[in-house]
Write a protein of this length. Structure first.
Length: 57
């Protein structure tokens, strides 16, 4: 998996917290490993709706 949290479909803006948060289901250990170890997030999903179409062409 490649990509960053900033372009992930699970990264959404929370009005109450006034910041972006990840809505992917990560337990505490997974979240820590992704944030500190530089590992690719296993739940990353591109926010680009046309990525699949470009891949097919």
């Amino acid at each position: 998996m490649t990509g960053t949290c900033e372009d992930c479909a699970y990264n959404v803006y929370d009005d109450e917290m006034d910041e972006y948060v990840c809505e992917a289901y990560l337990d505490e250990d997974e979240f820590y490993r992704v944030q500190t170890c530089g590992r690719a997030c296993p739940y990353y999903r591109s926010g680009d709706d046309y990525e699949l179409v470009r891949h097919q062409n």
